[in-house]
Design a protein around this ligand. Structure first.
Ligand SMILES: [Fe+2]
Ligand SMILES: [Fe+2]
Length: 160
């Protein structure tokens, strides 16, 4: 996989993830919560609450690195609404799962950015270590979210 090898690309990647956490993951899980009327509430609450926490972690690092919080969709991110009317549970969790995988992979690519890019973005060594630790934590959480979706999808097909 191509490594993040430029400071600006790391900045853009963090902005995109901030957008995905605050907009996409929230829209998709809340749309599912609305249509499911309380079913699978626990799983969906974990996904959206964690997403809120992830956004706060990103906000902290964007501030430290002096990178602006995006106010509109960063380039490359589609303006998307979700409509799960008459959509079954399998399809909903399959859709949510795509974002969990995207988030997991993107946080992983942040952890493996070129060392010089990380040094330029976070000159303080201790801070840099903390940043990597936070990003690894996000990788683990997104992996957990993906598994929650896997379970729902698997569970649903078994019921069929
Ligand atoms: Fe997240
Ligand atoms: Fe997630």
């Amino acid at each position: 996989m191509e490594k993040i090898n430029q400071k600006e690309i790391l900045a853009l990647t963090l902005q995109r993830m901030y957008w995905i956490e605050t907009e996409m993951e929230q829209l998709v899980t809340w749309e599912a919560r609305i249509e499911l009327e309380g079913e699978h509430k626990e799983a969906l609450e974990i996904l959206s609450n964690d997403s809120d926490k992830h956004a706060l972690i990103l906000e902290k690092w964007l501030n430290i690195a002096n990178i602006e919080l995006p106010r509109s969709a960063p380039r490359g991110i589609p303006q998307k609404g979700f409509d799960f009317y008459r959509t079954n549970v399998f399809e909903m969790f399959s859709e949510i799962r795509k974002y969990e995988i995207l988030a997991r992979n993107t946080y992983h690519s942040i952890t493996s950015a070129e060392p010089k890019v990380l040094e330029e973005t976070f000159p303080d060594e201790e801070q840099r270590g903390e940043f990597i630790k936070d990003m690894k934590h996000l990788v683990a959480e997104e992996e957990r979210h993906k598994r929650i979706c896997d379970d729902k999808i698997g569970g649903f097909t078994r019921v069929l």
